[in-house]
Design a protein around this ligand. Sequence first.
Ligand SMILES: [Ca+2]
Ligand SMILES: [Ca+2]
Length: 336
Amino acid sequence: MEKEDVNPGDIGQFSVYIDSNLIQETLANSTEYNEYIIPTMNYSGVHNITVSWNGGNSAYVDDFFTTLKYPAPISNFTLAIDPTIPNKVQFNFLSKGYIDTLKWNFGDGSTSTSTNPLHYYSKNGTYTIELTTTGPGGSTTLNKTITLTHVDTTKPTATASVGSGIYNTTQVVKLSISEPGTIYYTTDGKTPTTTSQKYTGPIKIAKTTTLKFRAVDRANNYSPVYTKTYTIDKVAPEIISTTPKDYATGYSKTTAVSFKFSENIKTGINWTKISVENLNTGKLVSITAKTIRNNILYIQTVNRLSGDWYQVYILAGAIKDYAGNKGQNAYFYFRT
Ligand SMILES: [Ca+2]
Ligand SMILES: [Ca+2]
């Protein structure tokens, strides 16, 4: 306020009222001006302002209506292109004032409302970055332009040291990436993301597992998602029944005899060590065919003699499961 006709040196009461509410009262010297800055963020809108000075032999009052407004914020930011990763740009928000919201437009079709975003551009080009800062006093926008060259647009690839398959031992799987970067993986069947487990060293696969992994290079290019399925089977196949049953009598002289296993089988290293012996004569019986169908091993012999005892015998390793676990020694007896 500007004061007139006051005696130099007078001390008076300087008061400010907004809508008749006293918001400021100080002792002030009778200099030409007294000043108080109203915090407009607390008083947006139309108000009745009263200022007064009262001291010595004089007093001064000013009374008026005015519209108090928030000032619009001032948009400002800096940006920094990573010197070794030419598409990686860090933005720093430096806007000032009364701010409710902010929005970045990176000029490549993507936006962000983070305060200090990190953004990867996917190709070379000139981009205009727009920062809009909005508050009760309005919005302001600041533009800056960057030109990016040498952007890495090549996607990485990744490989696993062990292929999908059926194994009878714990597998140790190493993952590798075609260029500097990071590999993320899951073992629960979910698609890996950058919040998944980060690959830091060989992965032990002790049980049947689906391993999915994906590489990300330093420029934020993603490889495809790779999937490996490891079936870990450490259990040897077991015999669950024979035909005929052990110690059966009156069995056919011509029908094949068979072992039924707990799982599907293949021929093993001792496949030739399967025998059928006539215990009455003490002689081996000629085997004319050995056949595997899923989990059953059929043994066909020449015609057997009537009323004799036979032993069917398979040596350990004659058969194995698909993981390579060997079957054990097994035999049974029957009589024709
Ligand atoms: Ca790359
Ligand atoms: Ca098995």
